[in-house]
Design a protein. Structure first.
Length: 98
C-alpha cells in the first residue's frame, strides 16, 4: 500500500545548507523506492488560514520503506543539515481509499 510523506518547510534559515541537504536526501529517498510527486512554493490556499511557504510530497511503496529511509544511518548523518537550515514539519499519510 502506498504511503505519502508531506513536508512543510515553514522557514529556510540557511539556503546553502538546505541545498546540500536536498541533494543528499533525494538519493536516500530514491534508494527506498520513494518518488517526489510535488516540490515547490507556488501554493494556493483554498480554505482556512493555512498558507505554507514550501511543500514537498513524496510517495513511498510502503510504511517500511519510509521507515528504512528516515531511520537509516545515512539519513541520521544528514538530518542535522535540515535541522540547522530549516524550520519544518512532516506527516505520513497511509494511502488507503475508503
Amino acid at each position: 500500500m502506498p504511503v505519502y510523506m508531506m513536508v512543510e518547510i515553514m522557514e529556510i534559515r540557511d539556503p546553502e545548507t538546505y541545498r546540500s541537504y536536498i541533494e543528499k536526501v533525494k538519493e536516500l529517498v530514491v534508494q527506498q523506492g520513494g518518488k517526489y510527486l510535488s516540490r515547490g512554493s507556488n501554493i494556493t490556499p483554498i480554505s482556512g488560514d493555512w498558507t505554507p511557504k514550501r511543500m514537498i510530497l513524496i510517495e513511498f511503496p510502503s510504511m517500511e520503506s519510509v521507515q528504512n529511509c528516515f531511520n537509516s544511518l545515512q539519513y541520521r548523518e544528514i538530518a542535522p543539515l535540515r535541522e540547522k537550515a530549516t524550520l519544518s514539519r512532516a506527516i505520513i499519510i497511509e494511502g488507503t481509499i475508503d
